[in-house]
Design a protein around this ligand. Structure first.
Ligand code: FES
Ligand SMILES: [Fe+2]
Length: 378
């Protein structure tokens, strides 16, 4: 397998039918070949539900968030009727970005280039100096809409007009997250990491069932009952969970990671939701190119009053330290994946079922075959 292999050869070199005890990871070229990255842009990021905003950013009429997804500029707006709407953020005149700020509140969407105006519902409202233009129907020249739906405190869009509804896509995740009350938490802060690795290396690292925790995260390891760590696959999500144990080994971790259990959810393809008592962080992985990704961490707490600011900041810093430990190893792995010595690796049956689910779902999307049917595996 090398750069002269065809994309079909690279895709067919992964066996998505093998049982876990016989399975390997997806092959190294899937992490390094720009043709795979482009195929993922179209077949994965262009067709799955993607987290783009929080509901608290889009609560009042005119509130908006802009972002990019799979190379596409996007704007999500709360309408005068309180409805969420999303559009390609591309002016129908000469393709300028209509909304140029990352978030805010507006009453009309006005393109900065030649001043065309669009309503919050995307309809074209006005075009300066356009008298005498023939065969131009204003009704056909609104902003192009995109599917948008909310779940809990999260807003998702999907570039595929034929995609299944968000609830169906999330499947069993919805009922598993519901009891945790994440929508009662309040957003506190964001950290963004630029990592020199393929986006899937970061996901794999997350999905190894705690395999790396005792070795790489000594502080975190002290509050988890590693032997009782569970891994459950269903639909397009994996839940890793561990009972918590009291620890004074690492004061900062012990003070900020509390409760009976730690809940680590991964939802295909690139969203992770981590919960402790009174705490949630989300990790959203954005591919940049075959060798680079960004990871956006959003931190939420039950109490974000000024009195809790120092505590919450300490908690974010604990997350930051764990992240730094992961970051170094992910960059190392990316270098290893490019080595002529490596092709693919085997999976621990006890720990790495989540990784196999990820690789199977990805293979189905890239090969254009139906998603594997996942019964709950406990
Ligand atoms: S490009 Fe938007 S008004 Fe011309
Ligand atoms: Fe880690």
């Amino acid at each position: 397998m090398n750069m002269h292999s065809s994309i079909e050869q690279i895709l067919s070199s992964y066996d998505d039918q093998a049982p876990l005890s016989q399975a390997s990871t997806i092959p190294a070229p899937w992490y390094t070949d720009p043709r795979i990255a482009e195929l993922e842009r179209l077949s994965v990021f262009g067709r799955t539900w993607q987290l783009v905003a929080r509901t608290d950013q889009l609560r009042d009429p005119g509130e908006f968030v802009t972002t990019r997804l799979a190379g596409e500029p996007i704007v999500v707006v709360c309408g005068s009727d309180g409805q969420l709407r999303a559009f390609y953020n591309v002016c129908r005149h000469h393709a300028a970005a209509v909304v140029t700020q990352s978030c805010g509140q507006i009453s009309i969407l006005q393109c900065p280039y030649h001043g065309w105006k669009y309503g919050l519902d995307g309809s074209l409202k006005g075009m300066p100096e356009f008298e005498g233009v023939q065969n131009f129907d204003r009704g056909d020249n609104g902003l192009v809409p995109i599917r948008v739906e909310a779940w809990e405190c999260f807003v998702f869009v999907n570039l595929d007009p034929d995609a299944v509804p968000l609830g169906e896509f999330l499947g069993g995740l919805v009922k598993r997250v519901a009891p945790l009350g994440v929508s009662q938490l309040h957003y506190f802060d964001r950290r963004t990491y630029e990592i020199h690795c393929n986006w899937k290396v970061f996901i794999d690292n997350y999905l190894d069932g705690g395999y790396h925790v005792p070795h790489l995260h000594k502080g975190l390891s002290s509050v988890l009952d590693y032997k009782a760590y569970t891994i459950e696959n269903e639909d397009r999500y994996c839940l890793q969970s561990s009972p918590m144990v009291a620890s004074d080994e690492d004061a900062a971790t012990g003070a900020t990671r509390k409760g009976d259990r730690a809940w680590y959810f991964w939802q295909y393809p690139n969203l992770m939701i981590n919960c402790y008592e009174g705490y949630m962080d989300t990790n959203y992985v954005v591919p940049v190119d075959a060798d680079h990704c960004s990871v956006i961490f959003d931190f939420y707490f039950s109490d974000v009053s000024d009195a809790r600011r120092d505590y919450n900041t300490q908690s974010v810093n604990v997350g930051n330290r764990v992240q730094d430990e992961d970051l170094g190893i992910c960059e190392d792995v990316q270098r290893g994946l490019k080595s002529s010595a490596y092709g693919a690796g085997r999976l621990s049956v006890r720990r790495e079922a989540g990784e196999q689910l990820f690789h199977r779902l990805l293979a189905a999307d890239l090969k254009g075959t139906p998603a594997p049917v996942m019964a709950v595996v406990r």
